[in-house]
Design a protein around this ligand. Structure first.
Ligand code: PGA
Length: 261
């Protein structure tokens, strides 16, 4: 089963419109443009909501998918500070990151709240990127599989229709923003486990085609190792995606890996 690799930037709460413009100019230099046009790799940027409606006008190439970083499960109403799927779709959003550990830890998002958001997103035609991953304490206590299985199951068991596509990002919390990425073997092992859980929930055809990205301190240095692993289908990149050159370099690494027969 060949799964198209997905390289996604997670800008978090970074960049003003001016800074986005500078990023896009540098990212889209001739070489970068060619890389995208010939791409056998999908590229996405999940950006702060205020930038989304400006991104295409600022020159974001059409090959780069537009992503948001969060969404509310209701379609409208008295939810101060929130955005609905309908709102995101109306400004061209194609994918939405859901259940990022920063949302779970700092904003109290529960497994069930995340599962509901994922269901709403797929129902509306947005591609969710479901983030899962264990904390350092959980890993040290040998709970990685238990935690990740719980986070994946609550979403996949509830999916009404297995044709509803989503992407999973395995992001060990201890690896996010720390410079301590999981090794490619450690990550691949958890990815394989997640694929097994997905198979138990929705069947092996579903699991085989499910894209599972790795996130947590991905850089130009460790990308090759990670992307060569059988069950790693791309990356969700925070820090290294803020710099147009390193983001582009990581995309190029993914392209090299997919072009090796
Ligand atoms: P990082 O962030 O690449 O800076 O570790 C990844 C993420 O939080 O998605």
């Amino acid at each position: 089963m060949t799964r198209k690799k997905l390289i996604a930037a997670n800008w978090k709460m970074n960049k003003t419109p001016k800074e986005m413009g500078e990023f896009i100019r540098a990212f889209s230099e001739v070489k970068g443009q060619k890389v995208l046009e010939a791409s056998r790799v999908e590229v996405l940027i999940a950006m702060p909501s205020v930038l989304i409606p400006l991104a295409r006008d600022y020159g974001l190439p059409p090959e780069v998918r537009l992503g948001a970083q969060n969404m509310h499960s209701a379609s409208h109403g008295a939810f101060t500070g929130e955005l609905s799927a309908e709102m995101l779709l109306s400004v061209g959003v194609q994918s939405v990151v859901l259940g990022h550990s920063e949302r779970r830890q700092s904003f109290g998002e529960t497994d069930h709240a995340v599962a509901l958001k994922v269901q709403v997103a797929v129902d509306r035609g947005l591609e969710p990127i479901l983030c899962v991953g264990e904390t350092r304490q959980e890993r040290e206590a040998g709970l990685t599989e238990k935690v990740v299985a719980r986070q994946v199951r609550v979403v996949l068991e509830g999916l009404r229709d297995p044709s509803q596509r989503l992407v999973i990002a395995y992001e060990p919390v201890w690896a996010i923003g720390t410079g301590l990425a999981a090794s490619s073997d450690e990550a691949n092992e958890v990815h394989r486990f997640i694929r097994g859980v997905a198979g138990a929930c929705q069947g092996s055809v579903y699991a085989d085609s499910l894209r599972i990205m790795y996130g947590g301190s991905v850089t130009t240095q460790n990308a090759l190792d990670l992307f060569q692993k059988e069950d790693i289908d791309g990356a969700l990149i925070g820090g290294a995606s803020l710099d147009p050159r390193s983001f582009r370099e990581i995309i190029e690494v993914a392209q090299k890996v997919v072009s090796i027969p």
